[in-house]
Design a protein around this ligand. Structure first.
Ligand SMILES: [Zn+2]
Ligand SMILES: [Zn+2]
Ligand SMILES: [Zn+2]
Length: 426
């Protein structure tokens, strides 16, 4: 038997909305704000799982009228959030449970989110889903092989809120039946390193560690992206940037306390206590700020910005003849003249040379670059003298039909980069 999931609070709504629609937390909160302001849902910044009696009764009425009595849980199912919670709020639910998503007029994104919130709430008052589970032990000389599987018998809340469970269906077998060996597939399992965070798993981890509150999960995630500390890779998982790695190293080395997870969680708790009138804010800030300020003053003298953001090179500035430095800026490393600000010469650091000559000017090299929005593209390093550029990665081979560069598309298809040529490798 499986129980439905509890109704949404802010963090779970943000996680689920990422999993289903790939909405970043910030977008989810913007849409939720619109739904809240137009009266579709209850307040969307909450860590409470409370549900008003009235909402429970109207859910019961809706479920029995639309799906039948057997789909209602049979009692008013209440939920309680773990840990300290501002109980003044309710969970995030539709204001009027009878207002089904099919009957409302909303724009596409609003409808997606409303539909999700509505289904999650209705489902939490529905009956359990019932599975039949079977285990089969197969004896083969000295070894026992075990197969387990489940079959859905009654869908219950899954009718409204579909979820995937591992559901291996097994063939009907009799006890002591002799089985024939078709094939033996040896396989070895390796422990995988933990995968990189997504929007959803990062919010979950923040919440588990007591960092962030309903009003701050989304801003935390957008701030570290806007400051370019992390970026999303091709799988839409977060990875640290160069600048992020440097900033983190600096903080961990010189300000270990303020980046300590436990300390941050305690700070959040103190802030909650201030909000509840249980602690005085002057006191809390003083405890934090005085030692912090002293440490900061000391570090201003000890730590040199140059050591972190500049590295000497043997290259010479073409404008003034002074040596060039590799400098770390907000968007990564680049060459800059050591006589800055007198000389403003800079040039890109060509770490990403593909080893392919530019087919247009025949002089330049193709390099991997990024747009302002961090989208990868491939261009001639003689820019702005040569404007050759491609969105897809060139393979280095030439088209057998027209001689243009071949590219690999995002769908892993090799084709000709020329718009006039239809060559596709099969
Ligand atoms: Zn110079
Ligand atoms: Zn070129
Ligand atoms: Zn071609």
């Amino acid at each position: 038997k499986r129980n439905p999931l509890p109704p949404f609070a802010t963090s779970t709504l943000q996680q689920e909305s990422w999993k289903r629609f790939h909405f970043p937390a910030k977008l989810t909160m913007q849409i939720a704000q619109q739904l809240y302001e137009s009266g579709f849902i209850t307040y969307h910044r909450t860590d409470s799982l409370n549900l008003s009696d009235q909402s429970l009764f109207s859910a019961k009425k809706f479920i029995t009228a639309n799906f039948g009595k057997e789909y209602w849980a049979g009692f008013l199912r209440g939920y309680k959030a773990k840990g300290r919670v501002q109980e003044a709020h309710e969970a995030i639910r539709p204001t009027y449970p009878a207002r089904a998503p099919e009957s409302v007029k909303l724009d596409q994104n609003q409808l997606k989110l409303y539909d999700l919130i509505w289904r999650r709430f209705i489902a939490c008052q529905m009956s359990q889903a019932i599975f039949d589970s079977t285990t089969i032990d197969i004896q083969a000389k000295n070894y026992t092989f075990r197969a387990t599987g489940q079959v859905l018998k009654f869908d219950g809340f899954l009718k409204v809120y579909p979820m995937k469970f591992e559901e291996t269906e097994l063939p009907p077998l009799k006890k002591d039946e002799i089985l024939e060996l078709i094939k033996l597939k040896p396989s070895q399992h390796f422990t995988q390193p933990p995968p990189r965070y997504t929007e959803a798993t990062l919010i979950k981890t923040l919440e588990e560690n007591g960092i962030g509150r309903p009003s701050t999960y989304a801003p935390i995630l957008s701030t570290i992206q806007e400051r370019n500390y992390i970026e999303k890779n091709e799988e839409k998982r977060f990875q640290p940037t160069e600048i992020g790695t440097v900033v983190n190293g600096l903080l961990v080395n010189h300000f270990p306390k303020i980046v300590n997870i436990k300390w941050t969680a305690e700070m959040e708790e103190d802030l909650d206590k201030i909000a509840e009138g249980k602690r005085k804010w002057v006191e809390v800030l003083q405890e934090f700020y005085q030692p912090f300020e002293e440490n900061l003053k000391q570090k201003y003298q000890e730590v040199s910005k140059k050591d972190i953001t500049e590295k000497p090179t043997e290259k010479i500035c073409p404008k003034c003849g002074a040596p060039l430095l590799i400098r770390l800026g907000k968007f990564g490393k680049f060459y800059a003249c050591s006589k800055f600000p007198k000389c403003k010469h800079t040039e890109p650091l060509e770490e990403n040379i593909l080893g392919i000559k530019c087919p247009k000017c025949k002089k330049g090299e193709i390099i991997e670059k990024r747009t302002r929005k961090r989208k990868i593209f491939y261009a001639c390093n003689q820019f702005p003298k040569c404007d050759f550029a491609l969105w897809d990665k060139p393979t280095g081979k030439k088209c057998p039909k027209c001689g243009s560069l071949l590219i690999e598309t995002k769908r892993k298809q090799i084709k000709c980069s020329s718009k006039e040529c239809d060559y596709i490798e099969k």
